[in-house]
Design a protein around this ligand. Structure first.
Ligand code: GLY
Ligand code: MN
Ligand code: MN
Length: 466
């Protein structure tokens, strides 16, 4: 996709307008991520800071954006340096940055600290991302101290520090068409990767080969990179058998056995945007009766959550729809004993379902897999109700859940995880199932971007037979 600097300039203009509305004479300082040492002279693969990228589209390290509320943008970036470019790759450099990134000014990163006092002087407020860059507040304080030393000469020093994430989180929460198109492509690539892993699992077992989790992880990576994704959006989960009951399990060396289920939670990152898909499938391509019973229940709960996802609904609605279906299903299949826990309303009120379903049904998705954005409706932030949690006994404050608007993107990911325990039917022991799709909220419902990979049990079996 061609790079359009005006897209990012428009976002900067919007942010500047939001800053100006609260503090007309203010300035924002937004650095990219630091490079991190892996060992000795090797670094972890660099990944830009999402806020910085949202405003610049620039992926080099050692860069910082300074934006004033009047809309003027200054970029600090790595200078051209023949020797470093021979070792590390081409740098854009400040001169080219002005045109290519459509910023007003650009300087070498090394002069940022020296220029900060002049940038801060006579401003009323300074905005920056709070608690995201370990050295940033110290650098800003050094700049403020330098301004303070000049007050006797008539300089004014900012008196307010503001969290720029407060503004940027709201901007990032509602995706524009450019972002949605990248997310749709990322979803397609990830869907293809899941299909590839499913087919490979069945084919290897049919051929009598040993299958381990890393074999399927390799298939995912292959498909991601083959289609231009830069890297996985998060550590891929490839869990064979009982490992699926570990929520944050990572693809390791566990065996994938015929007769087991495999849970894969993996999505690629494409051009700065995440996808996040989970599928659970029979390693050999055929669900057992017990696996199928729970699979169909999780899928029914996902269907209910999808139906509850639309403009005007609350973020919590898909979760509540999921819990209703799962709670009733747990009673129906015998995971919960109605003689002990009562009716479905009791199971929900007392949170008995929590033994088998202990996470929420979704999260925002965007540049970050667990993307930014408040889960509380901003227009109702002052109101709350109090209740006692039946499991922990803690007093919980419930604030009004976010009202969904078109362009918000969230995951819908119910599951059931059955650890062996007294009273739990043995045929369900060690079954872990999650089904996760990525949804864009629309006026009439939602668009599931990730359905390029089948989700119905019959369709998964048909795919794995092929
Ligand atoms: N893959 C992380 C999540 O599903 O939230
Ligand atoms: Mn997720
Ligand atoms: Mn996931």
């Amino acid at each position: 996709m061609t790079f359009d600097p005006n897209l990012y300039a428009a976002r900067r203009a919007k942010l500047a307008a939001l800053m100006a509305a609260q503090s007309p004479n203010s300035i924002a300082i937004i650095p990219t991520a630091p490079e991190r040492q892996r060992n000795r002279d090797s670094d972890f693969l660099f990944r830009h800071d999402s806020y910085f990228y949202y405003l610049t589209g620039f992926t080099e390290p050692n860069a910082c954006l300074v934006l004033s509320a009047d809309g003027r943008s200054t970029l600090f970036c790595q200078p051209k340096d023949m020797e470093r470019e021979i070792w590390d790759g081409v740098r854009l450099g400040p001169d080219a940055a002005i045109k290519q990134l459509a910023v007003h000014e650009a300087w070498p990163s090394a002069v940022l600290d020296a220029k900060l006092p002049a940038l801060l002087e006579n401003k009323a407020a300074v905005w920056y991302p709070f608690a995201t860059h370990s050295d940033l507040s110290a650098r800003i304080e050094a700049g403020l101290n330098a301004v303070r030393a000049r007050v006797r000469y008539g300089a004014l020093c900012p008196t307010q520090q503001r969290d720029v994430c407060d503004l940027l989180d709201e901007m990032r929460l509602v995706k524009d068409e450019h972002e949605l198109n990248i997310m749709r492509r990322a979803s397609q690539i990830s869907a293809g990767a899941h299909i590839r892993a499913m087919k490979r699992s069945a084919a290897m077992l049919r051929a009598g080969q040993e299958v381990r989790e890393y074999h399927l992880d390799a298939e995912l990576l292959h498909e991601f990179r083959q289609h231009g994704s830069q890297y996985p959006a998060y550590g891929s989960i490839v869990a064979g058998g009982a490992n699926a009951c570990v929520l944050h399990y990572r693809a390791d060396a566990g065996p994938i056995l015929s007769g087991d289920l495999v849970l894969i939670d993996a999505g690629c990152e494409l051009d700065g945007y995440a996808s996040d898909i989970t599928r659970t499938f029979p390693a050999n391509g055929k669900f057992s009766a017990a696996q199928r019973e729970l699979y169909d229940l999780v899928l029914a709960s996902q269907d209910a959550a999808v139906a509850a996802t639309r403009e005007g609904a609350r973020f919590v609605d898909p979760h509540e729809a999921t819990v209703k279906v799962l709670a009733q299903g747990m009673l129906d299949v015998g995971l919960l004993d109605a003689n002990k826990v009562g009716h479905v309303q009791d199971v929900i009120a007392n949170r008995n379902y929590f033994q088998f379903y202990m996470h929420r049904t979704g999260h925002w998705l965007g540049m970050d897999v667990h993307d930014c954005g408040s889960y509380v409706e901003p227009s109702e932030v002052g109101t709350f109700s109090e209740r006692k949690d039946p499991l922990s006994g803690e007093l919980i404050k419930d604030r009004p859940s976010r009202v969904l608007r078109p362009g918000m993107v969230l995951t819908i990911e119910p599951g059931i995880y059955v650890r062996p325990a007294p009273g739990v039917p043995e045929r369900f022991h060690n079954i872990g199932i999650r089904i996760e799709d990525d949804a864009v909220v629309t006026a009439n419902g939602c668009e599931l971007m990730t359905r390029g990979v089948p989700v119905k049990a019959d369709e998964i079996e048909a795919l794995m037979r092929g």
